[in-house]
Design a protein around this ligand. Structure first.
Ligand code: ATP
Ligand code: MG
Length: 422
C-alpha cells in the first residue's frame, strides 16, 4: 500500500460538524452586516505580489517572512492573499465602486501566512472583515467598531474587550517618528534584533515588538498623543464619545500600533483573555492613504479584520446556542421494488421541503434500522412487502418516545411536516 497523503502543515480541514458551527456564525455575520447596510464583496485568492508590497509595507512581518509568493507559468509574481483590505481597495478602484460615492463592504474567506502553526495561528486561516470606503469622520469609525460589538453580542460573547489608540495624520506621525527614533537610538543595544533593524527604516513598528525587553524600554518612550494636532485629538475624542453613546466599553492603549503600514488615525483591537497567547480576535482602523498608494484617487477608509478560527474557538468554548438541522426521515427500503417506490416518495418529500435520506447499499431491516438510528434522522419510514401491497409506509419515531404508525404514502409528507420540531 502506498503512503497516505497528509494536508499541508498549518492548513486544516473543516469537518461537517465544524462547518455547521461556522455556518451558524456566518449567518450572524450576514445578519449583522446587513443591519448596518454593508454588502458582501468576493475577490480572488491570488493577487499580484506587488499589491501587498505596496499596501502592507515591505518592513512588516507579513511581507518579510509570511507570504506565499510564487512565479506563475508566465513568470509573473503572484501571492496567496495574506489579508483582504488591499484587494477590496484594488477592486473598488478598478470597478469604480467609490467613484463619486461611498461604499460599505464586507468579506469572508481564506487567507494565507507562512507562520509557525499553533493554537489560534494557522497557515490557512479565515478572516471576516468590513471596509467603509469614502467617509473620513469619527462617525464611521464608531460605526465600524459598533458593528463588531453587535456581532460579539449576537454570538453570546460578553468578554471581548476593545482597546483603541490613534496614530494621527502622516504629518504628526513624522515628527513623532523622529522623536521616537532618537529615543530608540539611545537604547539600540538592548533592543531585539528585528527592532534594531526597523529602528532605521520604520521606528514606529518597534512599538509593535512582542519582545519583553523591548517592551520594557518602550515604557519610557515618547508618547504619540502629545504629537497630535488639535483636530486629530478632537476627532479621537469624538470617536470615544460616539462609542460611549453606542454603549461600548473601551480602554485607550497608547502603545497600540498595528502591524500593517497603511493605518492612519484611529486603530483598535478586540481582545480576550480566553485564548492564551493568541488574544486578538479582531483588529482594524483607519487607512486614509491606501487608495492613493495603490494608484487611486484619495479616498478615506476604515475597516477591520476578524480571525474566524479564534472567533469560533470563543463561541464554541462558550457553548453554542444552536441546533443543527437534522434529517426528517430515513427510508428503510427492503427490496428492489421498495427502493423504486422509496425513491419516488423521497423526491416528493424533498419537493415539500423535507430532508429525506434513502438507505443505500441494501441490508436487512435490522441493519437498515440501525443505520437510521445512528443517523440524525427523526423518523424511519419502512417500505417492505406489505407496505408495497397497499401503498403505505410504517413510520417509527427514532428520537422521541411514541409508537409506530402506518400511513398512506400520500400522507407521509403531511405527517412529517406536522411532527417537525417546533
Ligand atoms: P497577530 O499579532 O496575532 O499575528 P496580526 O496583527 O498579524 O495578528 P491582523 O493582520 O491584524 O493580525 O489580522 C486580523 C486578525 O486575523 C487577528 O486579530 C487574528 O484574529 C487573525 N489572524 C491573523 N493571523 C492569523 C493566523 N495566522 N491564524 C489565525 N488567525 C489569524
Ligand atoms: Mg501576525
Amino acid at each position: 500500500m502506498s503512503k497516505t497523503i497528509q494536508s499541508v502543515r498549518g492548513m486544516n480541514d473543516l469537518l461537517p460538524e465544524q462547518v455547521a458551527q461556522w455556518q451558524w456564525v456566518e449567518a450572524a455575520i450576514r445578519d449583522v452586516t446587513a443591519s448596518y447596510g454593508y454588502r458582501e464583496i468576493r475577490t480572488p485568492i491570488v493577487e499580484r505580489s506587488e499589491l501587498f508590497y505596496r499596501s502592507i509595507g515591505e518592513e512588516t512581518d507579513i511581507v518579510e517572512k509570511e507570504m506565499y509568493t510564487f512565479a506563475d507559468r508566465n513568470g509573473d509574481s503572484l501571492t496567496l492573499r495574506p489579508e483582504a483590505t488591499a484587494s477590496c481597495v484594488r477592486a473598488a478602484i478598478h470597478s469604480g465602486l467609490v467613484h463619486n460615492r461611498s461604499e460599505r463592504l464586507w468579506y469572508l474567506g481564506p487567507m494565507f501566512r507562512h507562520e509557525r502553526p499553533q493554537k489560534g495561528r494557522y497557515r490557512q486561516f479565515h478572516q471576516f472583515g468590513i471596509e467603509a470606503q469614502g467617509w473620513n469622520g469619527p462617525d464611521v469609525d464608531a460605526e465600524v467598531i459598533l458593528l463588531g460589538d453587535r456581532l460579539w453580542k449576537q454570538l453570546g460573547l460578553d468578554d471581548v474587550q476593545l482597546e483603541i489608540n490613534t496614530l494621527g495624520s502622516s504629518r504628526s506621525r513624522a515628527s513623532y517618528r523622529e522623536a521616537l527614533q532618537a529615543f530608540l537610538i539611545g537604547h539600540r543595544q538592548d533592543l531585539d534584533e528585528n527592532s534594531q533593524r526597523r529602528l532605521e527604516s520604520n521606528p514606529l513598528r518597534v512599538l509593535d515588538s512582542k519582545d519583553p525587553q523591548t517592551q520594557v524600554i518602550l515604557q519610557n518612550a515618547p508618547d504619540l498623543m502629545s504629537y497630535l494636532a488639535p483636530p486629530e485629538i478632537d476627532n479621537f475624542q469624538r470617536l470615544v464619545e460616539l462609542l460611549d453613546a453606542g454603549g461600548v466599553t473601551l480602554k485607550i492603549n497608547n502603545r497600540l500600533v498595528r502591524g500593517l503600514d497603511y493605518y492612519t488615525g484611529p486603530v483598535f483591537e478586540w481582545v480576550t483573555d480566553r485564548l492564551g497567547a493568541q488574544n486578538a480576535i479582531c483588529a482594524g482602523g483607519r487607512y486614509d492613504g491606501l487608495f492613493a498608494e495603490l494608484g487611486g484617487r484619495d479616498v478615506p477608509a476604515a475597516g477591520f479584520a476578524c480571525g474566524m478560527e479564534r472567533l469560533l474557538e470563543l463561541v464554541v468554548q462558550g457553548g453554542l446556542d444552536f441546533k443543527a438541522k437534522v434529517a426528517d426521515v430515513w427510508l428503510v427500503l427492503l427490496s428492489a421494488d421498495a427502493e423504486s417506490a422509496g425513491f419516488t416518495l423521497a423526491e416528493s418529500l424533498r419537493d415539500r421541503g423535507l430532508r429525506a435520506i434513502c438507505n443505500c447499499g441494501g441490508g436487512s431491516i435490522s441493519q437498515q434500522l440501525r443505520r437510521a438510528d445512528r443517523s440524525d434522522a427523526r423518523f424511519a419510514a419502512v417500505i417492505g412487502e406489505e407496505e408495497l401491497r397497499d401503498s403505505h409506509v410504517t413510520i417509527k419515531p427514532l428520537r422521541d418516545r411514541g409508537s409506530q404508525v402506518r400511513i398512506a404514502r400520500e400522507d407521509v409528507a403531511e405527517y412529517l411536516l406536522s411532527n417537525r420540531e417546533a
